[in-house]
Ligand binder design. Structure first.
Ligand code: C5P
Length: 404
């Protein structure tokens, strides 16, 4: 429920603007107060009259309207909301937001606000993938602006399909509800997350690694941070951008990851999502190993890496209250994960079936997992890694509430 929540909805000029009418209805149904800003081009797609009728509020359109400014100035308008939502967020408004251009009421409010902002992009697929737009999106996300969508599918232009459809009103609504459900749940807590692969050097130019992308671990760090936790993310090499507001420690090897984790303690919760190499090269060569006709292939002698999850789970000392491990398995997933939970002495295991038959998990955007605790097992339907992260973060917050 969104009782008493105040949302400032900024409707920019895209064909999908009509979907906002539905969004306003759903937000109002759930008890939210919705004020709307309609940009000049937004008003080409939906009328101020329908937006006002559904929101039951005056629609704000003009930065220089004397009546608007005397009733409620743009600074107040942007701050008297709990959340700003830009939907549809066109390439144009996103570019302005990314570069700090404030040349109308919508963009001025976005510059003036001290409140969280969500954006639901909607544009033609080519515009979406254009480098300029992608750079803007990255820049906005790195500032903590929460992105919803876009979805893949048919475009407004006949016969065109691609990425760029506005998320459905119900999807935007779920994100808004999640935002309020998440806020402040983990205030005052410190959580430690590991993510990504590790690189184990063979010589100065070669290493052994694995296929982990870091998508799941980074999404978990992002979700926990959104719940208000002070979050430390210890990450192996990953193409994922550093999540906004999270203290990220970049490492390469398992040993470095272990050292970074130890120095991040004490923590209330540790989530070990990294795919840590079990072995390293015992003695990496100081110089590049040369190939020549007479040489046989080098023999790589391996040594065992520290098991970070098992070490963090050891009773006593600075053991976090809740330690969560991951298990990627290809067969007997639940059974294997249950055994792993006991062997490593962690509290929960998030198990995923990474067999090809199940669609894999490495580098993909979604994941099908089972949460295994001491007294129950829960299978979650396949969903995005972001939803898995959100769900896990909620379970963690519920657990800490129950334990306190
Ligand atoms: O034993 P396995 O590697 O399958 O266990 C996976 C879990 O253990 C993951 O949570 C992973 O982050 C953690 N792990 C670790 N340190 C290692 C190996 C695995 O923290 N050296």
């Amino acid at each position: 429920m969104l009782n008493g929540k105040r949302i400032l909805l900024i409707i920019a000029g895209g064909i999908a603007a009509y979907k906002c009418l539905e969004l306003i209805r759903r937000l109002k149904e759930r008890g939210a107060t919705v004020r709307c800003i309609l940009t000049k081009s937004g008003a080409e797609f939906v009328t101020p009259l329908s937006v006002a009728a559904l929101s039951e509020h005056k629609v704000y359109q003009d930065l220089f309207s004397l009546t608007d400014e005397s009733e409620i100035g743009h600074i107040r308008l942007s701050r008297e909301a709990d959340l700003l939502v830009v939907a549809p967020a066109t390439a144009n408004i996103l570019a302005k937001m990314a570069h700090g251009i404030a040349d109308d009421l919508a963009t001025t409010c976005l510059m003036a606000t001290d409140k969280p902002v969500m954006m639901a992009p909607a544009m033609n697929g080519r515009m979406w993938s254009h480098e300029a737009n992608q750079e803007n999106i990255q820049r906005l996300e790195s500032r903590g602006i929460i992105r919803i969508g876009p979805n893949t599918g048919e475009m407004a232009e006949r016969g065109e399909a691609g990425v760029g459809r506005l998320a459905e009103p119900m999807e935007i609504l779920v994100e808004i509800e999640n935002f309020f459900r998440f806020a402040n749940r983990l205030n005052g807590k410190h959580v430690l997350v590991t993510s990504g692969p590790t690189y184990e050097p063979i010589d100065p130019v070669r290493f052994i690694a694995n296929r982990s992308s870091g998508k799941q671990g980074h999404a978990i760090a992002r979700a926990l941070h959104r719940m208000g936790a002070a979050t430390t993310l210890v990450s192996g090499p990953s193409a994922e951008p550093d999540p906004f507001g999270v203290n990220v420690i970049h490492v390469e090897t398992a040993q470095q990851m272990f050292d970074a984790c130890k120095s991040a303690l004490p923590a209330d919760v540790a989530v070990c999502a990294a795919a840590v190499a079990d072995w390293r090269i015992k003695q990496p060569a100081a110089g590049k190993i040369k190939k020549n006709a007479k040489n046989k292939p080098p023999q790589l002698v391996l040594a065992e890496n520290p098991d970070i999850l098992a070490q963090l789970s050891k009773p006593g000392g600075q053991r976090p209250l809740l330690v969560v491990g991951f298990a990627a398995e290809t067969e007997n997933v639940i059974e294997q994960a249950r055994m792993k939970r006991e062997r490593k002495q962690c509290d929960w295991i998030v198990a995923n079936d990474v067999s090809e038959a199940n669609g894999g998990a490495f580098g993909t955007d979604d994941n099908a997992v089972h949460l295994i605790t001491a007294d129950h097992e829960d299978s979650w339907p396949r969903s995005s890694k972001v939803s898995v992260a959100n769900k896990l973060a909620l379970c963690i917050a519920d657990h800490l509430d129950a334990a306190s």
